[in-house]
Write a protein that binds this ligand. Structure first.
Ligand code: CO
Length: 210
């Protein structure tokens, strides 16, 4: 039996041929220039592919994904992606997109030792504690998990706004940060309307002299 990974390489050949058939210069154009308008920070979950669910093509979205779409202010990987996309690519929108039914968020809600990922997900436990009052009112475990997914996105948006990278950009131009949640069950994205537009949306202690 053929190894399953070979299917991916075969599909790739078909895909590339189709693109060239549609537009002979498709790859030439893409290779020459990358001008995405959006930075996407999403979950690594295989069911939430940024381009597919937003109907966008290669070249349109700069993507960073990690377990549970966290924005951790000491994460050099995320910060490098953020800086490059904001300062060099000059994206106009940053989108933090979580998803309902996120395994990472569920893991964060229990007290089991899941190994190394526990250290990463501790960030979500802190959010759980911060919003304990509203979360404890939700007696249904699923409803609580769904709300925690949303709160994690909201905190991600706020966390981005607290970075010097975003605040520096705000000095000279518009940069919008959005919080979205994708529904695995219906394929739809919900806009949480937590858009942060400027430094005035932050508590004074987070407003940096940049
Ligand atoms: Co997830």
């Amino acid at each position: 039996m053929k190894d399953s990974y070979l299917r991916l390489l075969e599909n790739n050949k078909i895909w590339a041929a189709e693109k060239i058939k549609e537009n002979p210069k498709y790859f030439q154009h893409l290779a020459e220039l990358q001008t995405p308008e959006f930075l996407w920070i999403g979950c690594s979950d295989s069911r939430v592919p940024a381009n597919e669910i937003t109907g966008t093509d290669p070249g349109e979205i700069f993507v960073h994904r990690n377990v549970a779409n966290l924005v951790v202010h000491t994460d050099l990987n995320m910060l490098s992606v953020l800086q490059f996309s904001v300062e060099v690519l000059k994206v106009k929108h940053v989108i933090v997109c979580g998803h309902y039914g996120c395994g990472g968020v569920k893991y964060a809600m229990d007290t089991q030792d899941h190994g190394l990922v526990n250290k990463w997900l501790r960030n979500i436990k802190e959010i759980h504690v911060k919003y304990d009052e509203q979360l404890s009112k939700l007696t249904d475990v699923r409803a609580r998990a769904d709300r925690l997914v949303e709160l994690n996105v909201i905190e991600g948006v706020r966390s981005l706004a607290k970075t010097s990278i975003v605040q520096k950009a705000w000095k000279t131009r518009s940069l919008q940060i959005h919080g979205w949640v994708y529904g695995l069950e219906n394929g739809l994205i919900k806009d949480l309307n937590v858009m942060v537009n400027g430094i005035a949306d932050l508590e004074p202690i987070f407003r940096l002299d940049v």
